[in-house]
Design a protein around this ligand. Sequence first.
Ligand code: SF4
Length: 219
Amino acid sequence: MPQQDLRLDKLRQLYDLYDTFMAKTDLVCHKGCATCCTCNVTITSLELDYIKATLGSGTAESPRERVEKRLAGKRFQPKTTINGFARLCMEGSEIPEEENDPAWGECPLLLNNTCTIYPARPFGCRSLVSQEDCSRSGVATLSPLVLTVNNLFMQYIEQMDCNGISGNLSDMILTGSSPSLSTGIVTISNQAVPVLMVPPEHREQVGPLLQDMAGICNG
Ligand code: SF4
C-alpha cells in the first residue's frame, strides 16, 4: 500500500477505535443538533487529506467552495497544537492565551443543520460530544475520563502527521488559495508527542486503549 494510503488507513482506524470507545458512553448528541458546529474547529493536514480522499470530487459544492463563500471573519486560530501544549507544560513554559468564542459563527460546512462532510469529519468534530443537552447553555458536558481520552486521540493524530501542519478548518481548506482569499490564514507546525497527557487517576482505565492506539500508529 502506498505510504500516504497507509497513513490515511491508520487515521481511519483511530477514528473507528474512538467510535468504539464512545459507543460505551451515554451521549445526548443526535442528528440535526449542530450546536457545536462552530467556525472554530481545528484540523491537521493529514485529516484534510482524509476529507479529500473520502469525499472525492462527487460533492455538489466542494468544501473549499463552501468555505470561500462563508468564511467567518473571526475564527479560532490556534497558537499551539495539543503536543505543543504538552511540551510547554512539560518544560514549565508560558502557555499562550487563546481566543475562542462560539458566537463567532457556525461552521461553513454546515448546511440545514447537517454536516456536508460528515463521514470524513475531523477528530475535532468527532470529539465535540456532550453527555447533557448543550443546546441551551451552548456548553458541552463531558466526564474527566472522556476529556483525557479526547486529548490522547488528538495527541496520536498529531503524532501521525508530525511533519505536517494544523489550523482552523477554514484556514486549512483555504491554504494554497489565491492571495485575496489566503490573507489572514494562520497555520502552525505539528509536533511529535513529548509526553502523553494522562492524569494518574486515569492511567489504569486508559491503559488498554493506549495499547490499541500505539498498535495502530506503530503497526
Ligand atoms: S465539519 Fe461538519 S461536524 Fe465539523 S463543525 Fe463543520 S459541520 Fe460540524
